[in-house]
Design a protein around this ligand. Structure first.
Ligand code: UD1
Length: 420
């Protein structure tokens, strides 16, 4: 759903108060896809209000799943699953939709899916997913913009080594393997908290999975899964974004519904940058006078510094008191925010996967545009700290992944609004 609104921010106001983090986008999407697997309805509680959630629900509905909304809960009844084809129109909106391939192959023995779209950060191939499906016994063909998979005799467990600990591939294999015959072992699996949450959901429905959160996951196939209700983990990237907002704009902000153990690299880096961070059981308080020391970061798969916070951290470094190096190792083209931050007065040089940021005393408000979800978040943070007015276009990128961003920031005293 593309809206033609823009965000207007009057910068320079410190932030105060508390903000509650919503359920994790990157956990809720695979969990919704996993509701294709049980033979009875499953419910996801506290679903965040995000365009990506609307998209994944449309994908499931197009396959014959009945989706019922009650307050912030969604119930998925896949007993009428009758289609295993997904069009380009649906798939082009969001890359995570490709996660339906694993469950469809396992449940229907066939899937025909348009090659995925999503944020334009790097080439984002799906070779690891496809190699894994082949190893599980599916016959895969790619042509005319579609991936087709056949497994008429069902999938059979095997050992799969991932060349890179891909989050999506690990999730797709998990969902393919839980109902497959025998044992599947995923080596060099992704260890992200969102993988652990997906496994918690699958296990509660009757799946037999060991090792989630480590780099080797073992799955013993079972005959059937039964739907349950599940509450998704808090969004560590949303939490991190508000932490950086408080650091950058200055002020005293408590971020609630946070699992701080999921945010260790950011907590360490904010402390290095001179920001005061006080941890509590499920909240974190950030106190900053806006004086930021420069510090380097390098993105890595979990438990390293998350690539999904790289753009926001770079925004913070633009007003630091020195030079910092930002190295992006997960995606090869994730510096699209650089050009926009420069429009606001930032000094950044990019060479390959490394950006050198020389801190300036302040940023100036400008007209900028969100080029992808997290790049958009970085511009919001820059706008909150900048002198003058910032206007951010292409808001639809931000609406994909931040639940009530404007209202939450207004609650902290920010001057931010949507304009036509
Ligand atoms: C997920 C997250 C995204 C996050 C990323 C890395 C969701 C919905 N999205 O994306 O927000 O930025 O993890 O933490 O959870 N790769 C291949 N071949 C493949 C698959 C991936 O080469 O078959 C490469 C990608 O191009 C990329 C790297 O592996 O360079 C990481 O991708 P991956 O972990 O798969 O990210 P996503 O699951 O797409």
């Amino acid at each position: 759903m593309i809206r033609l609104e823009r965000l207007l921010i009057k910068g320079g106001k410190p932030l105060h108060g508390s903000v509650r983090v919503s359920s994790a986008k990157n956990a809720v999407l695979p969990i919704i896809v996993a509701t294709l697997l049980p033979s009875t309805p499953a419910t996801v509680l506290d679903v965040p209000d995000l365009d990506d959630v609307i998209t994944i629900c449309s994908v499931l509905e197009s396959l014959g799943v009945i989706v019922k909304k009650q307050g912030s809960s969604l119930t998925f009844d896949a007993s009428g699953l009758n289609k295993s084809e997904a069009s380009y129109e649906l798939m082009s909106r969001m890359r995570a939709s490709f996660l339906i391939m694993g469950p469809l192959l396992s449940k229907m023995g066939y899937a025909k899916i348009a090659l995925p779209g999503g944020c334009m950060i790097g080439s984002r191939p799906i070779d690891l997913h496809l190699k894994a499906f082949e190893a599980l016994g599916a016959k895969i063909t790619v042509g005319n913009g579609f991936v087709e998979g056949y497994a008429p005799q069902g999938l059979k467990g095997t050992t799969i080594y991932l060349d890179f600990p891909s989050v999506g591939a690990t999730e797709n294999i998990l969902m393919a393997a839980v109902l497959a015959e025998g044992r599947t072992i995923i080596e060099n699996a992704a260890e992200e908290p969102e993988i652990v949450d997906l496994v918690t959901f699958l296990s509660s429905m009757g799946a037999n999975i060991k090792g989630a959160g480590t780099n080797v996951i073992r799955i013993e196939g079972v005959k059937e899964l039964r739907g349950i209700s599940h509450t998704v983990i808090p969004d560590r990237i949303e939490a991190g974004t508000y932490m950086i907002a408080a650091a950058m704009a200055g002020g005293d902000v408590t971020i609630e519904n946070v699992l701080t153990e999921h945010l260790k690299p950011l907590l360490a880096k904010l402390s290095e940058a001179g920001v005061k961070v006080i941890k509590d059981i499920d909240s974190v308080r950030v106190i900053s006078d806006g004086n930021i020391s420069s510090t380097d970061i390098k993105t890595m798969p979990y438990p390293g510094f998350p690539t999904d916070l790289q753009a926001q951290f770079m925004a913070l470094m633009t007003i630091s008191n020195g030079e910092s190096k930002i190295t992006e190792t997960v995606f090869e083209n994730r510096f699209m925010h650089v050009g926009e931050l420069r429009r606001m007065g930032a000094s950044i040089q990019v060479e390959g996967r490394c950006a050198t940021v020389r801190g300036v005393p302040f940023l100036n408000g400008a007209f900028v545009r969100a080029t992808d979800l997290r790049a958009g978040a970085a511009l919001v943070l820059a706008g909150l700290a900048a002198h003058g007015e910032t206007e951010i276009g292409e808001l639809h990128h931000i609406d994909r992944g931040y639940d009530h961003l404007v209202e939450k920031l207004q609650g902290l005293g920010a001057e931010i609004s949507r304009v036509e």
